[in-house]
Write a protein that binds this ligand. Structure first.
Ligand code: HEM
Length: 130
């Protein structure tokens, strides 16, 4: 993928694996505090989820980790995630990233990358409205 160089530097810019781990923990605390998102995570094993998310973000930002979890499609099918949930989830990520010394452009680059997975987290047959 042509973005690899800039994504690798984003992983470094955020502070490498330890910072990604802290960021994911902070991100989930804000997701769980959100009443529209919290119900999705009832009964989910959080330590495993945070571990998978750290791997996912590290890999997505061009870091050395390999993501070993399920595909985004497989992990989210049947959860009935709607566009408003996806938007709220991404907004929490954007706010969390403000604490990691990135420029606004860098934060937007990360969000743009995460947005490429949007279609995979909606149930098949639900078209995002925007
Ligand atoms: C592009 C945005 C998203 C990314 C990158 C993402 C990433 C992930 C990853 C890496 C996992 C772990 C998969 C595994 O354990 O194999 C996961 C699981 C999960 N995600 Fe997401 N996710 C996104 C959006 C959302 C949204 C919007 C919600 C809910 C509103 C959500 C709810 C969940 C739940 C409940 C699980 C646990 C499923 C289970 O263990 O059965 N995700 N996600």
């Amino acid at each position: 993928m042509s973005q690899n160089a800039s994504e690798a530097s984003l992983f470094e810019r955020i502070g490498g694996a330890p910072a990604v781990g802290r960021m994911v923990g902070q991100f989930y605390r804000s997701v769980f505090a959100d009443p529209i998102l919290r119900p999705y995570f009832e009964g989910v094993e959080l330590s495993k989820l945070e571990h998978m998310q750290s791997e996912f973000f590290s890999a997505a930002l061009g870091g050395p980790d390999t993501y070993g979890g399920r595909t985004m499609h497989h992990a989210h099918q049947g959860l009935h995630i709607r566009p408003e949930h996806f938007k709220a989830f991404v907004q929490h990520l954007f706010e969390t990233l403000k604490d990691y010394g990135l420029t606004e452009d860098e934060r937007y680059a990360i969000i743009a990358h995460i947005n490429t997975y949007a279609d995979d987290v909606f149930d098949s047959g639900i078209a995002p409205t925007e």
